[in-house]
Structures are given as C-alpha cells and as structure tokens.
Design a protein around this ligand. Structure first.
Ligand SMILES: Nc1ncnc2c1ncn2[C@@H]1O[C@H](COP(=O)(O)OP(=O)(O)OP(=O)(O)O)[C@@H](O)[C@H]1O
Ligand SMILES: [Mg+2]
Length: 330
C-alpha cells in the first residue's frame, strides 16, 4: 500500500488511482480511506453504487494502491459478455473444446496474472457461470473449458454492481454463496448528491479536460445551478453536461441559459399557481400528494434523495409513497 491515500489534502505520495479520484468532501475523504484499506488487503472487494458514481475509478484506485500495481488490471464487463462464450472468455478453453475452438486460448482471469480482475456489472453474470466463478474464488484455480487440468489463479477479484444483489439473491437470479464470497470487503460509492461539495472541483477538472484554450468558466449563477441539480446520472452525467455546454458556448462565460433546461431550472422554486392548482380544483389529499411527489421527482431529474429533501420527508417514506401511488412516470 502506498502511504497517504486517505487525506483531504492530496499529498504528493497519493497513488495514481486516488489522485484521479477528485474531491475533498467528507464522503470522498472516507472513500479514499476505504480504498487505501482495500488496497492493503487481499480479499475480494464488492463495489456498489448508482450508475456513474465512479465504481470503475474506485476499482482502478484499489489496484493502484495495492502491491499488484505493476501487474495487469483487467476490466471485464459481465453485461457485454456473449452468453455462449462467457465461460471461454473468463476461464479460457483448450483446442477442440467446442466447434470453432481451433486453438487453445487463455481466459481473462488467467491473463490478469498476479494483477486484478475487475468484474463490472457482476449482477448480469449468467447463473450457470456464477457457479464456476464461485469455484474459482474458493479454490483459487481456473479450469479452462474442455480441460481436465486446473490452473492456479493469482489474480485478485474486484466486482462492481449498480444492482441490488441482495434482491437478486432473493429472486434467485444471483447465487447466495457467490454473493457472500464477493461481499467480503464492501465499498459503497456515494452519489454525487451526497458529495455535492465536490461539484465545483469536478466541473473545473472536466472543463480542463475539454482541451479548449482558454476554457470558458461557468458564471456563479450557472455554477449554483450545477450544484443544486439532482444528478440522477451522477459524475458521468456531470461530465457530459460540462462537455456539451462548453462545446456549444457562445460567449466567454458559460451562463445559466447555456445549461440544459432541467438543470437551469433546478434552483427555481415551484410557482405558486402550480403549488395551489390542486386546491383550486378541489382535489383529494391523495391526488394532491400524488402530484407533489410527481413534481418533485420531475424537478430533481428522478433523484429520490433530492426529491425527498425538497418534500421535507425521509427517503424511505418517499420510496414507500412511490410504491403506493406508482408515480414514477408522472
Ligand atoms: N471522484 C471523481 N473524480 C474524477 N472523476 C470521476 C470521479 N468519479 C467519477 N469520475 C468520472 O466519471 C465517469 C464515470 O465513472 P465510472 O465509469 O467509474 O462510473 P461507474 O460507477 O462505473 O458507472 P456505471 O455504473 O455506469 O458503469 C468517468 O469518466 C470517471 O472518470
Ligand atoms: Mg462502470
């Protein structure tokens, strides 16, 4: 493990991966602490978090913090694997194992060779393949398709998902034993809303990445909108918005009007007429609630945590209400 990956003030000794993970908010500092601990350990890691929060970045940072940093980091997108070829991709195959297998081929697990295998979207892995992966993790060996011989597995496994794996286990889509095997060192990557304070630094970084020279800055008001927005697509969505706004800018400063409309409106209060329209129409309380919830979800771009804050209720209560009134598409 390299020293100093856990501080709020990035010291020069920060590992390459942690240096790329920007932000100084308390949740980000805590995340770096966890990454440093995971880097020092050797057990499997399960990274969970919403889409676009930076799960792959975290996986690479763990690898970079670990003693394996000079060995390969092999990302595998389980959702993109062709079902009929999953086993051969992961475990390799011997010549003649199936029609078309003209040559012996090493699998991705073996290719990582002392490094780290990053199993992204692990929740998408076919159930049949889960059993074989479990065996690999338990025995630390890989058996190529069509072979009777096992090969020692030296790679460390890091898996990630934006799915609720516990739910997958309950529904029978994900093996309970594999879940326990992977869920040894769990890292929950916070949403962008939970680390709102990092937004200005991330924006500056993404602006710089556009390569424009000079890079037009955001006005204070536009930045306030970026900070206030709900970001259902998290850091990836922020990156895309910064890029597209900068690319289409007309003046030397990026103004609120240059932002996508739902973001530009994120600081506007709900107009009074809208808020009381239900009262004028003499709607039932239940319908009023349905509309208020629907509007909050719409205003926050589908971010439940932010919508709950605006409605002045807890996240769990809002989830319950959403279930009750099925308002998601309102
Ligand atoms: N803290 C951060 N600092 C700098 N860049 C970040 C940070 N977090 C995420 N990013 C950037 O945001 C983008 C999305 O990150 P990443 O691909 O790791 O997310 P993910 O959680 O794997 O998303 P998905 O669930 O959609 O696969 C990447 O370009 C990444 O570099
Ligand atoms: Mg990813």
């Amino acid at each position: 493990m390299q020293d100093g990956c856990a501080g709020a003030d990035p010291p020069p000794s920060l590992c390459r991966g942690c240096r790329r993970l920007l932000g100084t908010s308390p949740p980000t500092v805590k995340l770096r602490e966890k990454i440093a601990k995971a880097g020092a350990a050797t057990c499997p890691v399960l990274i969970v978090g919403e889409t676009g929060v930076g799960k792959e970045l975290v996986a690479r940072a763990i690898h970079d913090c670990s003693a394996r940093r000079d060995r390969p980091f092999v990302p595998i997108d389980c959702a993109a694997l062709v079902p009929s070829l999953i086993e051969s991709e992961l475990f390799g195959h011997v010549r003649g194992a199936f029609s078309g297998a003209e040559l012996t081929r090493h699998g991705l697990l073996e290719a990582a060779d002392g490094g780290t295998v990053f199993l992204d979207e692990i929740g998408e892995l076919a159930v049949g393949c889960q059993a074989k992966l479990l065996r690999t993790l338990q025995e630390h060996e890989v058996r190529p398709v069509g072979s009777t011989r096992c090969i020692r597995l030296w790679a460390r496994i890091i898996a990630a998902t934006n799915r609720d794996l516990e739910e997958g286990v309950r529904l029978g889509n994900f093996r309970r034993d594999l879940y326990y095997r992977l869920n040894v060192f769990r890292i929950c990557v916070p949403t962008l809303l939970e680390r709102r304070a990092d937004i200005p630094q991330l924006v500056a970084h993404f602006l710089e990445k556009t390569g424009e020279n000079p890079t037009p800055p955001f006005s204070d008001e536009a930045m306030a909108c970026l900070v206030a927005y709900g970001w259902p697509g998290n850091v990836r969505e922020l990156e895309n918005v910064v890029q597209s706004t900068a690319a289409q800018a007309s003046g030397p400063v990026l103004e609120t009007g240059d932002l996508p409309v739902q973001i530009a409106r994120s600081r506007e209060p709900i107009p009074f007429e809208q808020a009381v329209e239900g009262l004028r129409e003499c709607l039932t309380l239940r319908e009023l609630e349905r509309r208020a919830v629907g509007r909050a979800i719409e205003k926050t771009g589908g971010n439940v945590l932010e919508a709950a804050k605006r409605l002045g209720i807890g996240k769990t209560t809002l989830y319950r209400k959403l279930k009750e009134i099925r308002v998601l598409s309102y």
